[in-house]
Design a protein around this ligand. Structure first.
Ligand code: NAI
Length: 261
């Protein structure tokens, strides 16, 4: 069986894309999965699919950026599972992409709220349970936009939030090391998911720089985007005991895409 038998793993944004892939992967590896999503049907479908394959899972419903629903979700998690060992802070949206002089304060807030405030709240509420468990592993799903990539036109709010997530991982790796809690960031490149549903472009092309990428913008795959399982594999490695000495790391998983940008 697996290295994760008996572990309890919370995954935010588990209803689709990368979150769904990591939920399925950690369940296959033996963890009991708490699949949290904003959309109840998606959370339930992923939990049901895991159970149908013989795994253990239950759904949780909350907006990661809203304190009261998140407190309720963590109370339910504590009731149902009794402990917490692994946290994948994955829920995110592309949000609003626009030139900076057109990006409204409301659009800025929508974009940073889910990605950054949501990550803060997830950590704020999870850490007491991880401390009580005597340690744990956290993986924050950021983006190559949170590091050196600046060629996503109009994505200032998204990039700022993703860079903020990387800073949270670094800061908390140090703060929580004494409690045996590891905190790492995964920075995916382009991945085939449903994130376009949560992408709103407003004249974003006006903010673009006319860069021309070579054939095969993703060198490793001749341009093909990752599938969510590619990202989940790296996250699973960081969540498991093989990474027991890894904390504060930023792991880029992009097939070399960011090297061209
Ligand atoms: P997705 O749209 O396929 O899945 C995101 C899930 O999160 C959905 O089920 C959605 O309902 C849920 N969600 C959205 N807002 C939420 C909220 N406020 N509270 C709770 N759940 C919420 O997107 P994908 O691509 O799987 O994104 C996952 C993470 O990966 C995000 O943080 C994203 O920024 C990051 N990422 C994605 C890349 C891509 O190319 N798809 C590239 C780099 C990073």
């Amino acid at each position: 069986m697996s290295g994760l038998a008996g572990k309890i793993a919370l995954i935010t944004g588990a209803g689709s894309g990368i979150g769904e892939a990591i939920a399925r992967r950690l369940a296959t590896d033996g963890a009991t999965v708490a699949a949290l999503d904003l959309l109840p049907d998606r959370a339930a479908a992923v939990a049901d699919a895991i159970i149908a394959k013989g795994g253990a899972a239950f759904p949780l419903v909350a907006d990661v950026a809203e304190e009261a629903p998140m407190r309720a979700a963590f109370a339910e998690l504590a009731n149902r599972a009794g402990r917490l060992d692994i946290v994948i802070a994955n829920a995110g949206i592309n949000g609003h992409w626009a030139p900076i002089d057109e990006l409204t304060p409301e659009q800025w807030d929508v974009t940073t709220r889910t990605n950054l405030r949501g990550t803060y709240l997830t950590m704020h509420l999870a850490v007491p349970m991880l401390k009580a468990a005597g340690g744990g592993a956290v993986v924050i799903v950021a983006s190559i936009n949170g590091a050196r990539v600046a060629t996503t036109a109009g994505a200032t709010a998204y990039s700022a939030a993703k860079a903020g997530q990387v800073a949270i991982a670094r800061q908390l790796a140090l703060e929580l090391g004494r409690h045996g809690i590891r905190v790492n960031a995964v920075l995916p490149g382009m991945t085939e998911t449903n994130i376009r549903e949560n992408t709103w472009k407003h004249n974003a092309e006006a903010a673009s720089w006319p860069v021309h990428f070579p054939d095969g913008d993703i060198p490793l795959t001749a341009g093909r985007a990752a599938n969510p399982g590619d990202i989940a594999a790296a996250i699973a490695m960081l969540a498991g005991d093989d990474a027991r000495h890894v904390t504060g790391a930023e792991l880029t998983v992009d097939g070399g895409q960011s090297l061209l940008r």
